[in-house]
Structures are given as C-alpha cells and as structure tokens.
Write a new protein. Structure first.
Length: 265
C-alpha cells in the first residue's frame, strides 16, 4: 500500500537525515518507528506526505508516486494520509467540532472552506467519531478547555474524518502522562483495526510500541537498523539501535509500571 524506494533527505545544512530508505507497509498494518533522537523518524514521516520535500527517491501510495505531484495532485493524495501530531495542532479558539471538521477542508470546495460550511454528512460523521472516542459531550467546548489526552482524541478524529488510507502519527504520546499515553496508543491501534487503516507511529517509548503494534522499525543515523516483530526487540537489538544501555533494567522497570497501571484501571 505504501512503498518507499531509496528515499533520501539531505537538509540544506548538510544533515543527511534519511539515507536511501526502502520500506513497504501493507494495507492495514500498524508500524512503530523507533530510534534515538535525530535518527530521522520525524523526517521520514514528513517526507511521506511531503511536509518535508525528499531530496531523492520515490514514495508510492497505492499506484501513485507522490514525490513529483504538483499542487492539486498533492492535495488529493494528502487526503489519503491523515496526520496526528505530538502537540495536537488544534486551533485553540475553535470548538472541538470545528477542529474535527477542519479535517474535511481537503474535500470541500474553496468557498465552503472559507466560510467553513460543511455538508450535514460531514457533521454527522464528526459526531460519530467524537462519540467513538468518548468526547461527544465536548463537541461545543473550545479546544483550549481540553486536557492533553482530550486534545489528542480531537486530533485523532480530525485525521480520521479525512477518511484516509494511512495514518502518519508523530510522537502522539510525548506530551502525555503514562496512563493517558497507553489509552491514546490503544485507541489509535483499535481505530486502525476497525477501519483497516495502516499507520506509521513515530514513538520514543519502546515499551509502549511493543505493547500495541505488529511491527517495529528501528532507525539509526537515517538508516533502518531493525525491522521485525515487537518481541524480537531484545536488549542486543536495542543496543544496535540506541547504543549501550542497561536494557534489562529499563524493560523490567517498564513492565513493573504497567502492572501497576493495569491494576489501577
Ligand atoms: N529543518 C531542518 N533543518 C536541518 N536539519 C534538520 C531539520 N530537521 C531535522 N534535521 C536534522 O535531521 C536529522 C533527523 O532529524 P529528525 O527530527 O527527523 O529526527 P528524529 O528521529 O525525529 O528526532 P527526535 O526523536 O528528536 O524528534 C537530525 O540530524 C536533525 O538535526
């Protein structure tokens, strides 16, 4: 469904953030992207929807190659790719409903987008999504009245109302406490399963990734160092991705924390 071929990104500063990445993501697969700070995770996600322009290589979404698309073709292709951000990227002074509906801006015509008048079917779908993520009661609240976890749920609804084939998720839990992080990761993965959606989730928390996804890709210095199932992420593999560390202690500690959270839920 998504295929990256020899994808390279070299920033103007000379930083080679991606070194000829080859990656294939089949339909409906949820993949976690891990790796140390500066490994190229955000760059990879942003090169797919061209928020960052790749230097060379190809990005195929189905049978469309994205790197050469001009404005209208790119706009159409971007509808297929919902994005979820670490800092939610909501419009603070707008309501929850308005923020969710803004996910439809790629579909409505120019004049409608200016006046933000959306078809009733979009409004109905927004209510359905808000209900699904437990925010129905919040539809008329302003975004700046919400907690971090609630904001991220709005961000998820805004991405889903696009009716995408692929979710690009950039550190969705980095600003959240451990329990809310788990709830958000679970929600994203459940929604992907319900809708047959593929997702690439850039995530720092390895234990959280292991808990919820079917496949983990580890980046280091802009190259793929590991690609496999979560239970193959043994300490030796983590060392090749992140460098030397006492992984046994880290893994154990996280597992202990989970048990506590599980018991509290
Ligand atoms: N706009 C930019 N201009 C120049 N260099 C950049 C830019 N954005 C990222 N880089 C560089 O590209 C490399 C990859 O950065 P990127 O943000 O993709 O890594 P990351 O794995 O997402 O890191 P983090 O986990 O800290 O967010 C780093 O060396 C970074 O300094």
């Amino acid at each position: 469904m998504l295929k990256l071929k020899k994808l390279v990104k070299t920033y103007r500063t000379g930083d080679q953030a991606l070194k000829a990445i080859d990656l294939e993501v089949p339909e409906g697969q949820v993949l976690a992207l891990i790796g140390p700070s500066g490994a190229g995770k955000s760059t990879l996600i942003r090169c797919i929807n061209r928020l960052v322009e790749p230097t060379s290589g190809e990005v195929w979404l189905g049978d469309i190659e994205l790197t050469h698309l001009k404005s209208s073709g790119l706009r159409r292709a971007r509808r297929e790719m919902g994005m979820i951000f670490q800092e939610y990227a909501l419009v603070e002074r707008l309501t929850v409903m308005e923020n969710v509906l803004s996910g439809r801006l790629g579909y409505v015509g120019f004049w409608r987008s200016l006046t933000r008048r959306f078809p009733q079917s979009d409004v109905d779908e927004a209510f359905r999504l808000l209900d699904r993520v437990g925010l129905l009661e919040m539809a008329d609240k302003r975004a700046d009245e919400l907690s971090g976890g609630q904001r991220q749920r709005v961000g998820i609804c805004r991405a889903l109302i696009q009716n995408p084939k692929l979710l690009l998720v950039d550190e969705p839990t980095a600003s959240l406490d451990p329990k809310t992080s788990r709830q958000i990761m679970r929600l994203i993965c459940e929604l992907c399963a319900e809708r047959g959606l593929a997702a690439i989730i850039n995530i720092h928390d390895v234990a959280l990734a292991q808990m919820f996804v079917q496949r983990v890709v580890g980046l280091r210095f802009g190259a793929i160092e590991f690609d496999g199932p979560p239970d193959a992420l043994v300490p030796e593999v983590l060392t090749t991705i992140y460098g030397e560390e006492d992984w046994e202690a880290t893994i154990k500690k996280v597992e202990d924390d989970d048990t506590e959270i599980e018991a509290a839920e």
